[in-house]
Design a protein around this ligand. Structure first.
Ligand code: BGC
Length: 246
């Protein structure tokens, strides 16, 4: 089945058609800068433009950087606060005129990696971590997702973990990969203590830079890069829409 998958982020809204049987992207990805302020109405209109770009007539899957409960956003750490309690699924469907299915962006990336990527056919406890402006997590037990885990908001060194070791923090504080890796290792150690995962999968931009800080990582569970790196969010959102359609 073909489906339009969209990854809504703080700086860009990216979409592509996806073959949900193989997890492959079909054609070119399209990106539109996230409107500022990133209010519900502004994002919904950008999503509409993306749907029109693909001349897409079917349902749309959207990964969104917040906890999403039955289509409703319940948090807004790195997006406009007016999202809290917004029914994203209804809003997007009204504005685009297409059925829309919305889930947390890290959960979307996790679904892609478990079905087609680094977590394929793996059992046990797997934690996928996306490191970008914030830190997102997706936890799987024997392939089953526990949604909306928000482990980027654990407290670490007296602060919210994503304020300590996100990619935005690495850039803002001009940390070397080695110094950032030391911080990230502390974060992984905390996750390992709490969840005893079998594998950590790293998504987001840092995954392609793993060799620059892997010598700082001391966890028992291996840290492996996501197979589809930055596309996992798009692929997983499309998969989710296909699942919801039944
Ligand atoms: C949000 C999460 C999101 C992550 C990655 C965090 O700030 O709270 O919901 O998954 O950023 O975008």
């Amino acid at each position: 089945m073909q489906m339009l998958g969209v990854d809504i982020g703080g700086s860009g809204i990216k979409g592509c058609l996806v073959d949900t049987e193989t997890g492959e992207l079909i054609g070119e990805r399209h990106r539109i800068a996230t409107p500022q302020p990133a209010t519900p109405a502004a994002i919904a209109h950008t999503l509409k433009a993306l749907v029109e770009h693909f001349d897409w007539k079917g349902p749309v899957g959207c990964g969104f950087p917040a906890t999403i409960h039955n289509g409703v956003a319940k948090s807004a750490a790195n997006i406009d606060k007016s999202w809290i309690e917004t029914d994203a699924e209804h809003l997007f469907a009204d504005v685009t005129g297409k059925p829309c299915y919305v889930l947390n962006d890290a959960d979307a990336a996790g679904l892609a990696e478990m079905n087609f990527g680094a977590g394929k056919d793996r059992k046990g406890v797997i934690i996928l971590i996306t490191v970008g402006t914030g830190i997102g997590t997706a936890v799987f037990v024997n392939g089953q997702l526990l949604p909306n885990t928000e482990l980027g908001h654990l407290m670490l060194e007296g602060m919210v973990a994503e304020h300590y070791c996100s990619d935005a923090v690495r850039k803002r504080e001009d940390l070397s990969w080695s110094r950032w890796g030391k911080r990230f290792n502390k974060y992984l150690a905390r996750l390992e203590f709490l969840f005893s995962p079998d594998i950590f999968i790293l998504g987001g931009g840092s995954a392609s830079k793993l060799e620059k800080f892997v010598d700082r990582i001391e966890t028992r569970a291996p840290l492996i890069p996501a197979a589809s790196l930055n596309q996992a969010g798009i692929i997983g959102a499309a998969l989710y829409a296909a699942e919801q359609q039944g």
